[in-house]
Design a protein around this ligand. Structure first.
Ligand code: PLP
Length: 422
């Protein structure tokens, strides 16, 4: 286990000032117990595409509750679940005709693995190095970030990975083992690792290779989907239609845990449909929130290129202003990462110790929160990455403020001021 995932991490982060309690959220803002307002540039890991308590979703759910609409209807038909499935299929890449709802991203990944194994009669699942697909057992086995797996074994059998973004390696592996592989699961952009995109053409080549070998292409769009990268689904950028498409995070409107595994007719079997069960699936109110969320996203999508351009531009400027501190910036739509150099030798024992414990980016994020009232997300296990994943409703002026806050703290660090709180 790496030091970054040591159980004492919570206490350490508390000491760094990251243990504040938030008591109110509205749009892009959170308010702590002392009434201080923060700009939320992490959107709860991307869940809050529409911000905190989005009025349209809140109103629809409130009206439904006032009217006495039931939330749980299993095993009967949940009207909003049926309607949301249709709305998703209508917006998804062609060929996706079926939908199973879930209560988290990881559960959505599990559904995809079960669905493709039972449909193909094959057992092996191929994923990519550096991937993150969730923390349940099969999702963990498909994830290529050892930080999240080590110590929890044994993991389920049948999982293997290829280098991310390397279409030749994928071709070669499928040529060798394709007849045994049920699914190739891949993120169009590796979000959790720090917004790493594959080379152009990778997804299209993955599509072709999977088709050649009868392997189901599973696009994990739990992070990249629902507008995060500028289009409703990141697959659209390469006009790729996967056999299975996974979404979660923003789908529940920031109010409900809700995921969806969309699948082609070819992969859908009664065997899967009748035996894949969850007491909490098809929550009628959560699905109502999902329907409203999709409509709100439809309205937001045309404005996203401007916001994405602004974020990318300001991050490129940030990197140019801080060459000694910023190693790289990456932005794909509103999914961005700022990779920091390790603190240079001689900048003090505290920073060196934080770096060694994998907490340097956490400390920088804590300083940004404390000094600038802006929330950015340190990538756990990746000591030097700050993630910037704002609500999609964020205005360009707020994006400027968020990046400006990072700029201010990095400048203090470079001047040798004690920028860290506590
Ligand atoms: N897949 C991807 C690409 C993710 O980024 C995540 C979470 O960040 C998951 C799956 C797991 O989702 P959850 O945390 O809802 O289980």
């Amino acid at each position: 286990m790496t030091p970054a995932l040591n159980p004492t991490i919570k206490a350490m982060l508390a000491a760094l000032g990251s243990d504040r309690t938030f008591v109110r959220g509205a749009g892009t803002r959170l308010y702590d117990h002392a009434g201080r307002e923060y700009l939320d540039c992490w959107a709860q890991y991307g869940v809050l595409a529409l911000g905190h308590n989005p009025p349209a979703v809140v109103a629809a759910v409130r009206d439904a509750l006032t009217a006495g609409a039931p939330a749980f209807l299993q095993p009967y038909r949940a009207p909003h679940a049926e309607a949301l499935a249709e709305e998703l299929v209508r917006r998804a890449p062609p060929g996706l005709a079926r939908c199973v709802f879930t209560n988290s991203g990881a559960e959505t990944v599990e559904a995809a693995i079960k669905l493709t194994r039972v449909a193909t009669g094959r057992t092996r699942v191929l994923s990519t190095e550096g991937a993150y697909h969730g923390s349940t057992y099969a999702a963990m086995a498909a994830s290529g970030q050892p930080d999240y797996r080590d110590g929890f074994g044994p993991l389920p059998a049948g999982f293997d990975s290829v280098p991310y973004g390397d279409a030749d390696a994928l071709d070669a592996r499928l040529a060798r083992d394709g007849a045994e592989i049920a699914a190739f699961i891949v993120e169009p952009i590796q979000g959790r690792r720090g917004a790493h995109a594959p080379p152009p053409g990778y997804l299209a080549r993955a599509r072709a290779a999977c088709t050649r070998h009868g392997v189901a292409l599973v696009a994990d769009e739990i992070q990249t989907g629902l507008g995060r990268t500028g289009t409703l689904f990141a697959c659209e950028r390469e006009a790729v239609a996967p056999d299975v498409l996974l979404v979660a995070k923003a789908l529940g409107g920031g109010l409900f845990p809700l995921g969806a595994c969309l699948a082609s007719e070819r992969l859908w079997t009664d065997d899967f449909a009748l035996r894949h069960l969850s007491t909490f699936a098809n929550n009628n109110l959560a699905c109502l929130a999902g329907i409203v969320t999709l409509r709100e996203l439809d309205a937001l999508l045309p404005g996203l290129p401007d916001k994405a351009g602004r974020l990318n531009g300001t991050l490129v400027e940030l990197a140019a202003r801080h060459p000694a501190t910023v190693r790289a910036v990456r932005a794909h739509g509103l999914l961005a990462a700022i990779e920091l150099h390790p603190p240079p030798p001689g900048t003090g024992a505290t920073l060196a110790a934080l770096q060694q414990r994998g907490l340097y980016a956490s400390a920088v994020a804590a300083a940004i929160a404390e000094r600038e009232a802006v929330l950015v997300l340190p990538a756990v296990g990746e000591a030097n990455i700050l993630r910037f994943i704002p609500p999609l409703i964020m205005e360009t002026s707020e994006i400027d403020r968020g990046v400006g806050a990072i700029d201010a703290v990095l400048a203090r660090l470079e001047r040798g001021d004690s920028a860290l709180p506590g």
